[in-house]
Design a protein around this ligand. Structure first.
Ligand code: AHR
Length: 321
């Protein structure tokens, strides 16, 4: 290849990189990209941190955000998406409360030529062409991690009786955290889930449901809560019933919020599996790529760890949510 051709190729590549770089780092005043975001609710500390992350990252990325919070009502999310379509936003992001019921409205978005990014929770559909990508956590793996921690923590008991507090019915984290947990426990017959009740990812409901369970379940060795808020509610119910959470009842939960770290420092919660809500910056990068017609992976995952009680005091200061 001639030197002239090589220089032209070089220049073309440099220009392409500069354009993409510009697109990804558009200054705050370049308000030409409009993102409609449908948030599912405000049920937990995780969700509050997630909303804040989306709003702050949009501002920092120069994306004009239209934010609608459905406060736990999936029908209101469908209405919000239809409003975004009629407003002709550039990209729609959806944090779906439940897995099903999205096909019709997502088809409408596709017909209008508006790309959709699913964030946080996945959806159940046969047509994966309805969305550009899913950004979020691997909830089944979080359930497996919770169970692996329990099995590895060892027990001298012949039978370990577990109470499970489930998140909202029909939501991806409730379905998948349950399945992942059960998958690992099947390998050891000593572990038995004796009660599994829905507590909607909320602290108040976690307290109420746990208190009711304690009326009839006299032997509870472990509480596995699908999120920290429900675990914190369960801790209060256990204490009110004269039990010692973290000691005579092991507490396992998911999210790794500051509240969970505080409970671990007080020796009341044994372990929390991280589920990272701070996905705003990753979302804004994807929004810009999708809008620019660039290829994006069908699944983008957040990086997460597992934190046990013994490390809580040294880590609590660095927690961002
Ligand atoms: O979808 C993520 C889950 O939703 C979080 O674990 C829970 O706290 C939230 O309400």
């Amino acid at each position: 290849m001639s030197t002239v051709m090589k220089s032209i190729q070089h220049l073309t590549r440099a220009l392409a990189c500069a354009t993409l770089g510009f697109l990804l780092q558009a200054p705050a005043h370049a308000r030409d990209l409009v993102l409609g975001f449908s948030q599912l609710g405000s049920e937990s500390q995780w969700r509050i941190a997630n909303t804040k992350s989306i709003q702050e990252s949009a501002k920092a990325a120069g994306v004009q955000l239209r934010f609608e919070n459905a406060e736990g009502n999936p029908a209101a999310q469908v209405t919000a998406i239809r409003a975004f379509i009629s407003q002709k936003v550039d990209v729609i992001a959806l944090a779906p409360g439940v897995t099903t019921g999205w096909d019709d409205v997502l088809k409408e978005a596709r017909e209008a030529g508006i790309p959709v990014i699913i964030t946080d929770r996945g959806i159940d559909t046969h047509d994966d062409g309805l969305y550009a990508t899913v950004l979020g956590s691997d909830f089944a793996e979080e359930g497996r991690r919770a169970a692996r921690w329990l099995v590895r923590s060892g027990t001298a008991k012949a039978q370990v009786r577990i109470v499970e507090l489930q998140g909202t019915s029909g939501s991806a984290p409730a379905i998948e955290r349950k399945a992942g947990f059960e998958e690992v426990l099947r390998t050891d017959p000593r572990y038995k889930v004796v009660r599994s009740e829905v507590a909607n990812f909320s602290k108040d409901k976690g307290r109420e449901v746990m208190a009711a369970i304690l009326q009839s379940e006299k032997q509870v060795d472990v509480v596995y809560a699908h999120n920290d808020d429900m675990a914190l509610g369960a801790i209060e119910a256990l204490e009110a019933a004269g039990r010692k959470p973290g000691k005579d009842v092991l507490l396992i939960s998911v999210d790794a919020t500051r509240g969970a770290f505080e409970a671990m420092v007080q020796n009341k919660l044994n372990v929390t599996v991280e589920c990272n809500p701070l996905i705003g910056p990753q979302l804004m990068d994807l929004v810009k790529l999708v809008k620019a017609g660039k290829p994006v992976p069908k699944r983008v995952q957040s990086r997460e760890g597992v934190f046990a009680m013994d490390k809580a005091a040294s880590l609590i200061g660095s927690r961002k949510y």
